[in-house]
Design a protein around this ligand. Structure first.
Ligand code: TXA
Ligand code: MG
Length: 345
């Protein structure tokens, strides 16, 4: 058990002394959890194989699932991977921001960090505390989401404390993460641009910069038994709440009638829309926001899934989201959380 320090930093200038200490911990091979605009990250020195091993151990993560390298500015990627024209075009549009780009790896990054792959994922976060931490450390920061493996990514310091207390040297509480879903991942490793994980930078936004963007089949479909995933993370169980999670696919009226009926028959939690609250029994309801506000639904999803764990229910119901805009990112996370269980009503 480590003696985890918890510090609150909302403004990097006011938190300068704590950020300096956090940077010292990272350079010395320790682990620091920090806020980003997407989800909280579990950071360690990306050039240090021992630090990477500690990250895998703290999360309970299989060591073949590679980590994302967080950098201060897009050109820093030169030191760690082989960049190209598309990298800089995407960087100009979307960095700093919630985009991760996969490129061929250079030797400066140990293969422990990339789960043995010869490619590496780089991301330049926009969140001011994250940026100040990377600057204070003066090294690239390897960071997966700061949840225990299999659990929803943490979007508040409370989530992090639940999962990581005693497992890391420091937790920086920077308040709630703005977006709430992990970064968009695009691979430029090879001839084509391939979307591996959808996020707040949407498919359409990427297509404005790259002429052709392929979408990995695992983004919206279940991998078949013998299919090799393009990203190791695609094959693991994800975001799983304790109770089974079922996604409902049908008209507004049908879904509402179905939910009303189930509430009389079983102990269920419902990730519902604001508009439905007045029509349901006010027990174990988690409003994810108005029906049309996909951004707010994205912001609330992981917190709602975590809350169901305290409700002792037999089943959780949610709405199958549309696949356009940020809806694709919601869809991707929700079908995984539901282990691809979709019920037509
Ligand atoms: O928003 C985010 O990206 C957050 C914050 C902390 O930056 N990080 C994050 O990291 O979500 P993680 O480790 O939870 O998810 C990274 C995903 C994994 O599914 C991993 O398999 C994939 O990225 N990945 C990393 N490097 C890769 C590579 N070289 N090739 C293919 N997939 C890679
Ligand atoms: Mg993760």
């Amino acid at each position: 058990m480590l003696d985890t320090q918890i510090v609150k930093i909302l403004d990097p200038d006011q938190g300068a002394a704590d950020l300096k200490r956090a940077g010292d911990i990272l350079r010395a091979g320790g682990l620091v959890v920090f806020p980003t605009e997407t989800v909280y990250g579990l950071g360690g020195d990306a050039t240090n194989a021992d630090a990477a091993s500690k990250i895998y151990a703290a999360k309970g993560r299989p060591s073949d699932n590679p980590l994302i390298i967080h950098i201060e500015k897009p050109s820093d990627a030169e030191q760690y991977c082989i960049t190209n024209e598309f990298y800089y075009r995407l960087a100009e549009q979307f960095m700093p921001g919630p985009l991760t780009i996969i490129l061929p790896k250079k030797d400066s990054i140990p293969s422990t960090v990339t789960g043995g792959l010869n490619s590496v994922a780089v991301r330049c976060p926009a969140q001011p505390v994250a940026r100040a931490l990377i600057a204070a450390a003066g090294i690239p920061v390897a960071a997966p989401s700061a949840n225990l493996s299999g659990k929803p990514s943490p979007t508040t310091a409370e989530h992090v404390i639940r999962d990581m207390i005693g497992r890391v040297d420091m937790i920086i509480d920077g308040g709630a993460c703005e977006i709430g879903l992990e970064s968009t991942i695009i691979s430029l490793n090879g001839g084509t641009a391939t979307l591996l994980r959808p996020g707040a930078i949407t498919y359409d936004a990427l297509c404005c910069v790259c002429d052709k963007v392929e979408v990995a089949s695992a983004v919206a479909h279940q991998l078949s038994e013998n299919e090799r995933p393009l990203s190791p993370g695609m094959k693991y169980k994800h975001y799983a709440p304790t109770a089974p999670f079922v996604l409902l696919d049908g008209s507004h009226e049908n879904v509402l009638h179905f939910l009303q009926d189930r509430q009389t028959k079983e102990k269920c939690a419902i990730l519902c829309f604001e508009e439905e609250i007045a029509h349901l029994v006010p027990q174990n309801l988690l409003s994810v926001g108005p029906r049309d506000d996909l951004e707010l639904q994205a912001h609330r999803l992981f917190d709602a899934l975590r809350r169901t764990d305290d409700m002792q229910v037999d089943v959780i119901y949610g709405h199958l989201p549309p696949m356009d805009g940020i809806g694709l990112a919601l869809y991707n996370r929700m079908i995984r959380a539901a282990a691809h269980t979709i019920q037509k009503v």
